[in-house]
Ligand binder design. Sequence first.
Ligand SMILES: [Fe+2]
Ligand SMILES: [Fe+2]
Length: 252
Amino acid sequence: MLKCEKMSELSFLTTGHYDIYLKGKEKQNWDRDLDWSLAEDDLIPEHLKDTAIAVASLSAHVEVLGMQNAAELLSDCEDFALKIGLGQAVNDEARHAELFSKYVMLANGNVQDLSKNTEIYDQHFSTLTDFDDIFLSHVFLENGALEQFNIFIQAFGSNSLIGQIYKGALQDEARHVQMGINYFREQIIKNPYKVKKIKDHLNQFQNILHVNDAGINWLAEISGKSYEEIKNRVENRQSGFVNKILEEKCYA
Ligand SMILES: [Fe+2]
Ligand SMILES: [Fe+2]
């Protein structure tokens, strides 16, 4: 069934969603020049080689989940400009899943099975049915990934192959997050009551959506930074997301 606004009434050329889509279109080949010959002996500190395999394996799992969530949103979305943006996001997530898996397969022989680590997300998303709830959880996790990807790039080095992959994926994720922020801003302008819905959702699922203490310790260990510094970075990123949705209007 065609789930889209009436095609003869389309008017999307000046929308923010279309702007983001156009930016994404220019970046579709960012992985073309990656040097895969580095995979077997990547330019990362020796003591982080096993960590890079584990981190990239986990990312491969999470990207498949992100691709599926974006695909679900894409099929339910009726706004044309957002729909093609989500279509592009599905393609971006497919590329991320491909690149992280390919990296680990070349470097390690096979992707480590970390499906247990993603069960909490599987369960969470399987309980959500409302478009806004799925989108909000999805985009909040993507926003958190921005900070984690930054930490990985710094730890592994931006000249390493894995650093380059995280750098490219980070730029895609930043666009996806902006698409989500634009969507929720639009929703709030149409219906200010949605502020409460957004805050309630983020509070209710805080345990799942926020990086927990074990995650912060793990990121601190990888990066060689202090627990406090990582905690601050993660918390600022999380609160920054909510502030960006609410900015321009004083709904807080
Ligand atoms: Fe991704
Ligand atoms: Fe994404």
